[in-house]
Design a protein around this ligand. Structure first.
Ligand SMILES: [Zn+2]
Length: 203
């Protein structure tokens, strides 16, 4: 099968961008007590469309979020929470997704309506892990098409991980020992199950 030909994206936004130039990254290193001492950006690459399909976008049988996994730490009738296979450098990091194959664009209102209360429960559960100050949520959806968010725990006192910088520290802090990762997953799973649903449904 031949690949779809990609062409540069066209919009008023794109037309003013200095493609090929290396842009100043000092906004990431100045001001706040931030994470970065020195950063050099790669030259701005051409922005080509159509983009390549995301996981599960063209073949739902290949969708990881639809496949029951031992990494799922909790689920109820509509939503599920699970860990990545790789160990995180953060005290806790998990994906949150509907059990059905929904995109944000087509998810039924009854599924979406459960997300707010679930985010509150997840945040409280994650903050009960020793050494955790806050639970942040990210929704990027560039890897898998299946609607998913990320719940990330910010370590107490770690002002260098404020805001979006937290997602970078995940790969930089030393990975948790397996035993500690399992214990933190257990704390969150049991706290969630106390409010409904089931902990470790596929184990
Ligand atoms: Zn799916």
């Amino acid at each position: 099968m031949s690949e779809v030909e990609q062409v540069p994206a066209e919009s008023p936004f794109h037309s003013r961008l200095p493609i090929g130039e290396r842009l100043d990254a000092s906004a990431l290193t100045e001001g706040l007590p931030w994470a970065f001492d020195e950063i050099s950006m790669r030259p701005l690459e051409p922005m080509l469309v159509p983009e390549k399909p995301r996981g599960g976008e063209t073949d739902r049988a290949q969708c990881g979020a639809c496949t029951p996994s031992a990494n799922t730490i909790w689920h109820d009738d509509l939503w599920q929470v699970g860990m990545r296979s790789e160990l995180s450098g953060l005290p806790f990091m998990a994906w949150v997704s509907p059990r059905g194959h929904w995109l944000l664009e087509d998810a039924p209102i009854e599924v979406l309506a459960e997300l707010g209360p679930l985010m509150q429960r997840i945040s409280e559960a994650v903050k009960s892990i020793p050494g955790v100050a806050r639970c942040h949520f990210g929704r990027w959806n560039d890897g898998s098409a299946h609607l998913h968010m990320w719940a990330l725990a910010r370590p107490a006192g770690m002002m260098q991980a404020r805001g979006a910088a937290l997602a970078f520290w995940d790969d930089i802090l030393p990975p948790l020992p397996q035993e500690m990762a399992d214990e933190h997953a257990r704390i969150v799973a049991e706290a969630l199950a106390a409010g409904g649903g089931e902990a470790f449904p596929h184990r």
